[in-house]
Design a protein around this ligand. Structure first.
Ligand code: NAD
Length: 499
């Protein structure tokens, strides 16, 4: 289906904006209802859009496509580069993949942007002054889905943080702050514990911050930072954080505004972008005509700015704020004390349309501008910097039920040789040999560190392979190895606790 929305406003622009092609997925559950309402408002506001419908979600999953997206939809996404998406129902069980994760990762949508704003006194919230934008890294961290069960007792998930990934997201956050008249960017990580992965994110954040002296920048350890955010959100402005923390923080922050149903989000990459409400398909109220379309509508506002229709975005957003102020609310935010009328989905959209051209009187109005500057080229697009790597050892991970580090060490010491010797055994990161503590709880997963002997010649992979052969000859089951390098002369691995 193809439809062109170009009219709906009484005042005709001197030169009509050419319609921008966008892909539209109506989604499942309440998706079609809130999408219809959103598109009606956009049409009435004069958004110049050429809509290309794509099929995503439950129906596609049920056809046996486990990613939930039909092959033809990819072509439309590539052509339009912009997707406005209704919420999707992910069927339970059956090995179905999360469509959102598939789309984000396949299309390189590395930035998840979620404005979380309180609409006090019109919507109940404990945090009336809250106006925070969470910029979450969207592709890396533990979300690579690289997991293995390694022993009877231990499973592992790989956390990958990359320099280009950090650069892109940190620069995106500063550029966003600049383009949206914000004053400060706060970075949240756990680099006191994860010195290499989160440490890289923090370091790159500091490097990028130096390019934006006009903006304040700060770093918080994620636990205390989140606690402070939960109690004093007005201290924060733009937050940038790795994927997992961002996933949690952005939901908590949206909830704090008092209205999860009213938040939209953007997933942005260098080539494409996807815009959606943050809530799900709400099957419990689907088909009743009472869903709140605000989350999707505000996502569409972000989309309009993205495609260069900032004036229409401001018009829609201000009319929406005016509607909320007028106490015209859908049932999810309706309260007899604060609201004037309870409206269904379509009535709410009609109320917004009626107020197009108006500005809010109590809430802050918005005035979107096109980003004045293009995002500066990042090192992500440049060549990776050259580094020197020197192999100085290997961590061999062993599966062994017997909880006795001393006997394990005796076997492994027989494998010493070829310039390598056993220096450490840890269990869940804690040193258990030499000189562990009897109180340390151990499982069947042992990290055994072999280091190059002082004065030995340079190591290469053959030395590690030979070592593994000798470990095997002791009847030990090694399940993985991690090589220990000096990178540019510095240890590129963490020490064991107590090492
Ligand atoms: P949900 O967000 O759909 O619903 C949670 C609660 O909020 C329900 O009581 C619902 O009625 C209410 N609600 C949500 N949006 C509303 C709106 N716009 N107006 C009024 N009330 C609203 O979360 P859920 O029930 O955990 O998930 C339902 C389905 O949605 C699941 O299949 C889940 O996988 C999917 N989901 C999809 C997305 C997405 O597509 N981005 C996100 C989250 C969940």
């Amino acid at each position: 289906m193809k439809a062109v929305i170009e009219s709906g406003v009484a005042r005709k622009p001197a030169r009509p904006t050419p319609a921008t092609a966008i892909a539209v997925a109506r989604g499942d559950g309440i998706g079609p209802e809130i999408m219809e309402a959103t598109l009606e408002v956009l049409a009435a506001a004069g958004a110049a859009l050429d809509l290309r419908e794509v099929e995503l979600g439950e129906k596609v999953y049920r056809q046996g496509l486990t990613a939930g997206i039909a092959p033809a939809a990819w072509d439309t996404l590539r052509e339009t580069r912009v997707l406005l998406k209704g919420p999707i129902t992910t069927p339970q069980g059956g090995g179905y993949k999360s469509l959102n994760v598939t789309i984000r990762k396949t299309l390189g949508l590395y930035a998840n942007v979620r404005p979380c704003i309180s609409y006090h006194p019109f919507v109940a919230t404990k945090h009336p002054g809250m106006d925070v934008v969470v910029v979450r890294e969207n592709e890396e961290d533990t979300y690579g889905g690289i997991e293995h069960q390694q022993t009877a007792e231990v499973a592992q998930c790989l956390k990958l943080i990359t320099r280009p990934g950090c650069e892109r997201i940190c620069r995106y956050a500063f550029e966003y702050a600049l383009a949206n008249g914000r004053r400060k960017v706060s970075c949240l990580t756990k680099d006191n514990i994860m010195k290499l992965t989160d440490g890289l994110f923090h370091r790159v954040f500091d490097e990028v911050a130096r390019d934006y002296p006009q903006l304040e920048s700060e770093h918080w350890i994620v636990d205390i930072g989140t606690a402070r955010l939960a109690t004093q959100p007005e201290r924060f402005d733009v937050i940038v954080t790795p994927n997992l923390y961002g996933d949690i923080i952005s939901d908590v922050t949206a909830e704090m505004t008092g209205s999860v149903g009213m938040a939209g989000s953007a997933n942005v990459g260098d080539q494409l972008a996807m815009f959606e409400a943050i809530h799900g398909s709400a099957p419990d109220i689907a088909g009743q005509g009472i869903a709140n379309p605000s989350g999707l509508l505000l996502a569409a506002v972000q989309m309009l700015v993205h495609i260069g229709q900032a004036d229409v975005a401001s018009k829609v957003h201000n009319a929406w704020l005016r509607t909320i102020e007028a106490g015209l609310h859908t049932p999810d935010v309706y309260s007899p004390e604060r609201s004037k009328r309870k409206l269904g989905t379509r009535e709410f959209a009609a109320a917004v349309i009626e107020r197009l051209g108006e500005r809010p009187q109590t809430l802050n109005s918005v005035a979107y501008r096109q980003p004045a500057r293009r995002q500066a080229p990042t090192r992500a697009q440049a060549e990776a910097p050259a580094v020197t790597k020197e192999l100085v050892g290997v961590d061999v991970f062993i599966d062994r039920r017997e909880r006795d580090p001393e006997s394990l060490a005796r076997l492994l010491q027989r494998a010493n040789g070829g310039g390598l010797e056993l220096t450490l055994i840890t269990n869940r990161g804690v040193k258990v040999w030499p000189q562990g503590f009897p109180e340390t709880f151990c499982v069947d997963h042992w990290r055994c560190r072999f280091r190059r002997v002082d004065g030995a010649s340079a190591l290469d992979h053959r030395d590690l392979l030979a070592l593994l052969g000798r470990v095997r000859d002791q009847g030990l089951d090694f399940i993985k190895t991690e090589h220990l390098y000096l990178i540019d002369g510095k240890p590129a691995f963490s020490l064991g606790q107590g090492e």
